[in-house]
Design a protein. Sequence first.
Length: 390
Amino acid sequence: MSKKEIIKTDIVIVGGGLAGTAAAICIAQLGFKIIHLAPTAPRDSRTSALMGPSIDILTSSGLIEEPKNIGVKLSKIRIIDATNRLIRAPEALFDAREAGLDCFGYNFTNTGLLDAFEEKAQKIDSYQHIVDSFQTIESNNNDITIKTNEGQIIKCQMLVGADGKKSSVRAAAGIGIKEKKHAQSALVCDLELERDLDCASVEFHYDNGPFTLVPAGGKKANLVWMDKSEILLSAQQGGDENLIKEFEKHSMSLFGNIKLISKTFIFPLSNLSADTVGENGVVLLGEAAHAFPPVGAQGLNLSLRDIVELVDILKSVDKSKKDWGKNTSSQYAKTREKDLKATSMMVESLFKSLLSDFLPVQAARASGLWALKALPPLRKKAFSIGMGER
Ligand SMILES: Cc1cc2nc3c(=O)[nH]c(=O)nc-3n(C[C@H](O)[C@H](O)[C@H](O)COP(=O)(O)OP(=O)(O)OC[C@H]3O[C@@H](n4cnc5c(N)ncnc54)[C@H](O)[C@@H]3O)c2cc1C
């Protein structure tokens, strides 16, 4: 292989998923010279429900223009306790209008969002995309020197790892993780229903996890079905006809006959948190920093808050100081601590309460839903926590 010239830049951002691409755009817009190191990845089959504050981030940073052009409004959340437990919760319906809102947020396909981000990126002068993968950190003195899979050497002041749950940047920086793997996975696919969801995300809560139908426009719905991994695998292997029967059974036939209109994909679930999200000029964001089961639609919402805080710190950086990359990474780790801990605890306890066989937990969950149903101040608080208030 011929020797390549060393590239010098301010910041390298690794990962072409939603978190990495959004971060690359927002940082390049500040005028930093950035390289976005992102190989061509398989299309992401997931969808993302993003709440009001995340929509504000997307539009104010110019990542998307009109949410309604690429997303579908989420105006209601309907929760149905479909368990056979001794203590069951009442059906609960949350309507955004109660909180004086037109909608809670929007549901997007990840591919639709990524296309919009990539279109935006092409218009920014200081943004440079290299179709290649991060391989390792060669040295981390005053500059960080990295090597790519194609043998390219890049020197930068700061390295951002947004390369997903199995982050190579995190490993190369020697940052450890805590990970609890769950017995559950999530099966996702697109469906066409006989009756539409009326802008409501409908969650059927079963003993092994929720079965959620999210509006995808007209009679279309995106399914996120969480269950024991072996149950999902066997349902998937049983063929489409068998799957459709399962879908109709799990949705209690409330939406009539169901058609499967995409392939099905299964994602294993875990709770993962990096020991730190910033040190020695290396910053982690998105699933490289934190991952959890998709309950309460928090993952990408949280990643967008990572980006906002990183951008805020970078706004006041003095690039003439040689340690700015290292200082930014430690300041970022400190600033993100509270939100990351609170969100991860919230999702973990929500997930545990959904699965618990322990009678007092079932009672607490059921009475919690009764209280949310009946008490306006509690409902108001629940609305704002769900929307991202901490
Ligand atoms: C079933 C499911 C449903 C979800 N629903 C929601 C929801 O409704 N709302 C919400 O807010 N969140 C949701 N989430 C979470 C959300 O999807 C993720 O938080 C988000 O997509 C993660 O984005 P990411 O960019 O951090 O990681 P990824 O999407 O994993 O992207 C990582 C990228 O890094 C690249 N990469 C890997 N290694 C390298 C390397 N060495 N060099 C260069 N690039 C590399 C990969 O190719 C990939 O493109 C859901 C998650 C799941 C599993």
